[in-house]
Design a protein around this ligand. Structure first.
Ligand SMILES: [Zn+2]
Length: 380
């Protein structure tokens, strides 16, 4: 049976700038889309491309506060540089520009649309490239994120009575999403990320497990710097996969950030396309209605390669490991030397790797003790 897949993409995703010096480059969306196109992935049987509309204010209010949204809107209609640090707006990390409110709503609208396609239109998988703003809080922008698209979309799923797993594969802890659902058992959040001990946003210890009714329903696997492919797969196989399977949600929402890659300028993990595609393949094998969103990634070609691979796997297509000539020409003009889609599996240096292995084994042990009995049962 052909899997029905939807890709959410709007040319307007690329019509914004965080400023020349900012690490977040919106061109990543177009590059990912162009690479998918160069591989012929936009014309697969069963696949459709959807544009999207900005999310409705009513939907934003299911999570964000009135005061924050009013400030975001006010600053976005001005050409003057504005700032209000109580709301995290206007600093180097989260600059404000004219049009920001509508641009951020467009990304959130894409994730809401992806959730709608999966729950109402019979799509098996829907992937919004411009989603994954997992650091946005109720009344505060943070970590390049203004509107928390995943929380907003999950709130709509909850209103329909759905139970949800949110899996976050970004190099940074999915703090905004975890906070939003910290005290409920209707959303199981799992985040695998670089440890927050000396790293943004500073949270995501395995000891954060939820509160009240949500105790056991927030799961964190902090990884030490230099964690490589084999250890990343271990964290996924021994924690995320069995928990998702046991919880058996109505909808799986995954944040597919590509800033875990070893060449990312902002992070210190050593992941490649090898473990990234392994994880995406296993997620697909679960056959749970699936909403995927983008996320971090500060080396644009990594982002394009990662999301193209993910979209190919969603559609059951094997790709040539060599990037298409047309795409190589495009990126050469931009100064990128890449020629390959796939990286070889990578092993970190022995000492680094041993420390990373110790750390992940300790985290897994804590999770097995504290979380598994609640989600999987006494024999988990
Ligand atoms: Zn990130």
């Amino acid at each position: 049976m052909t899997v029905r897949t939807a890709l959410i993409y709007s040319p307007d995703f690329n019509r914004f700038s965080y400023g020349r010096e900012h690490p977040f480059k919106v061109q990543r969306f177009r590059l990912a889309y162009e690479l998918m196109d160069a591989y012929g992935l936009l014309k697969q049987p069963g696949a459709r491309i959807f544009d999207c509309k900005p999310a409705e204010e009513e939907d934003l209010l299911s999570f964000h506060s009135h005061g924050y949204l009013a400030k975001l809107k006010e600053f976005s209609s001005s050409d003057e540089p504005r700032a209000d640090f109580r709301y995290g707006l206007g600093d180097i990390e989260n600059p404000v520009f004219r049009g920001l409110y509508d641009w951020a709503r467009l990304g959130a609208g894409g994730t809401v649309e992806a959730a709608r396609l999966v729950t109402e239109e019979g799509y098996d998988i829907a992937f919004n490239l411009a989603g994954g703003w997992h650091h946005a809080h109720r009344s505060r922008a943070s970590g390049f994120s203004y509107l928390n698209d995943s929380v907003i979309a999950i709130n709509k799923l909850l209103a329909k009575g759905k139970r949800v797993v949110y899996l976050d594969l970004d190099a940074h802890h999915g703090d905004g999403v975890q906070d939003a659902f910290y005290d409920t058992d209707r959303v199981l959040t799992i985040s695998i990320h670089e440890s927050g001990i000396h790293f943004f946003p500073g949270t995501g210890s395995e000891k954060e497990t939820g509160s009240g009714k949500g105790k056991g329903y927030s799961v964190n696997v902090p990884l030490r710097e230099h964690t490589d492919d084999a250890l990343f797969m271990k964290a996924f196989d021994e924690v995320a996969f069995p928990l998702i399977a046991a919880y058996d949600p109505d909808v799986l929402v995954t944040q597919l950030g590509a800033d875990t890659f070893r060449t990312d300028p902002l992070t210190r993990l050593e992941i490649t396309t090898h473990s990234y595609s392994y994880v995406v393949r296993k997620l697909k094998a679960l056959r749970i209605p699936w909403v995927a969103v983008g996320g971090g990634g500060y080396e644009n070609i990594n982002v394009a390669r990662a999301w193209t691979l993910a979209w190919a796997i969603m559609n059951g297509v094997d790709l040539s490991p060599r990037l298409p000539a047309r795409f190589v020409r495009t990126i050469q003009e931009l100064g990128y030397p890449n020629r390959m889609l796939l990286d070889a599996m990578h092993w970190a240096e022995d000492d680094d790797r041993n420390r990373a292995l110790d750390a992940v084994e300790k985290s897994i042990e804590v999770i097995r003790k504290k979380i598994f009995p609640i989600i999987i049962g006494p024999y988990g």
